[in-house]
Every structure is written in structure tokens, then in C-alpha cells.
Design a protein around this ligand. Sequence first.
Ligand code: 13P
Length: 253
Amino acid sequence: MKTRRPIIAGNWKMHRTLGEAESLVQGLLIELPDLADVDVVLCPPFTALAKVADLVAKSPVRVGAQDMHWEKEGAFTGEISATMLRDVYCRYVILGHSERRQYFGETNASVNRKAKAALAASLRPIVCVGETLDQREKEDFKGMIRTQVRESLAEISGDDAEEVIVAYEPVWAIGTGRNATPAQAQEIHALVRATLAEQMGAKTAARIRIQYGGSVKPANAAEILSQTDIDGALVGGASLEARGFAAIVKAAI
Ligand code: 13P
């Protein structure tokens, strides 16, 4: 029996205008089951955050952003701060997604600054780690994942650490339809938890939720989520469709 509360998050990436976001959320609120035993988080693009937060305000569904800057305010054209995210009722923020690492120069060091700033503003960071196919085949990819965890979560401990969610997303499984097998995912989730235990102590590590992400669909969700160290899912493509996302949430209960 797992004691960690499952958490399913939908990462909409760069999809959905305001009107489209409204239809999606309205559909979801009809399809979602009773959420007494699961946390559900929607992460729309910045432009739809306030709207989505308003639409889910009377439900247990929470809202998250897909990135943020570490400074509170300042001359950082194009950036958004934790305070601004709190202002539109965000409770979570995805940090270090592989697409940000790959296309926008995100590093473990910048993820760490952002994670600390998020926690200081009472936002729960969803910190992403994961290997590319090339890294899996050619490098010590497990060592690389341990480094991602260690550096991205440096100087975070105690109560703050327990607010963190780690998402293991093998890059080769993102948007490819090719998910990691439940056993492959469990192996890396156990590695992430062991790394967290070295860094923060076993008690804290046992409380941190670790999501799997990468081609999670209604058809594979239950098996993936049944693994010992898998506490939820970070869902991309399948979160853009109400019935499919709701089915994944049901699989987590
Ligand atoms: P897909 O579910 O579309 O593979 O995306 C996973 C992801 O990147 C979630 O952050």
C-alpha cells in the first residue's frame, strides 16, 4: 500500500487558446471522477492560467505553470515570476522540462534557482529529469539522472523538500507513443528515490512524490501507476482530451 497521495498533472505545452481552454476544462469537470484520493493539476500556457484557475475554482483541481523566472521582478523581458503565478492562483510550476532544457538552455543550476524561488513563494515545483535516447545508449545515463536530481534540488531540505514533486520523463518516450515499460520506469524511479534519500534523508525521500511522464495514455496508465515508486503521471498529449485525461486520473485512484 502506497502512502503517498497520487498526483496527475496535465502539461498542455504550447496548446490551447482561451476559448479552447474553456471547452477543455468544462469537458474535464464533467468527466473527472471524485478527487478525494488524488491530486489533479492542469498546466496550461501562461495566457490561459487565470481563465483555467477561475474555471476550476470551485473544484479540487489545481493549476500549475510550465516555467517561471527565479527573480521576484525586474528587467527580464518575456519572463514571469513566482509572485505573478501566485497572483493568478497557481499552486504548482513545472521546472526543467526536457523541452526547456533542450530548446531554451535550461540547466540544473537554473532549475535549482527556480525551485528555491518557487518554494519561497509557496509554489510546488514539479522538477523534471530524464535521459535522451542517445544518453541511454551511450553514456552512464543513470549517473546523469542522479546528477540532475542532486543539482536541481541542491540546498532544498526538510518541509520544503516534501513539497517538491519530481517527474521522471525519458526524453525518448515524450510524444513518441513509445512509453518506458513499467519495469524500466520503476527502476529509474527507485534510483531517483535512492538519490533523494542520500541527499535529504530516507524519511523525506519516502514522502516525495515521483511522477512518470512520456506517452502516458488511458491504456497504459494503470500498469505504470501500479509500480512501487511511481506516484503519478505528468501527461502531455493525452491531457488535451477530457475523456482520456479523466481516464488516466481514474487509473490513479
Ligand atoms: P507526452 O505525454 O505527450 O508524451 O508528453 C509527456 C510530457 O512531456 C509531459 O510533460
